[in-house]
Design a protein around this ligand. Sequence first.
Ligand SMILES: [Zn+2]
Length: 229
Amino acid sequence: MPVLSSSKPYRIGRSRTGLGLFATKPIKKGAKIVRYFGPLLDSKNKKHDAIENKYLFELNGRWTVDGSVRKNIARYINHACKPNAESDVNARKRKVVIRAIKHIEPGEEINYDYGTDYFKAYLKPIGCKCDSCEKKRKKKRAEARAEKLRLKAKAEKKAERKAEKQAKARDKLKGKSLSAKAANGKFINGHAAANPAGKAAAAKSRTPEFKTVATANARSRKVRASASA
Ligand SMILES: [Zn+2]
């Protein structure tokens, strides 16, 4: 790791994605932080054009800074979708400077937007891990959790209502059969037939019927007897 002079307002440190550059002193909005530098590559040069790495900074259609050299401290600066710095390109001078676009507090990670091409090629496939994208993901996860809970509660309520409906339907059916049994006279105090008391009551209630039938038979026999007499 390159040694940094303590007069610099930044240090290299551990970041979410590996290493990053962090402010060690307050950095004012608009202040130059560090130069992004390295060998200049000419797109007209076939050898240069064949060079491929993640630290190529295109100045214009022809010139590109190869920032992969160790001395280029700015290569430690990570991408952010809502950054606190920007890359200030002077194509004529073929110079790139990283400049604060917000006031940066000590301890804050310094970052700038790498641009759409880099984002599409390197970050989108693996998912951008910058603060604002992480926040978005967290929010989405929280929303998904809340939605799942809402659906679960809804399903539970539905099941509850269904159970209530079924219970009501059962009670209604039972009520009907109760009144039907009661109408038949097999039933007296509204208890189910399984109730021994109910059975006894039913048996008792049957007794007078037999008696009546028996008397009727006796009577009819009497009638017949008198008729034949
Ligand atoms: Zn992002």
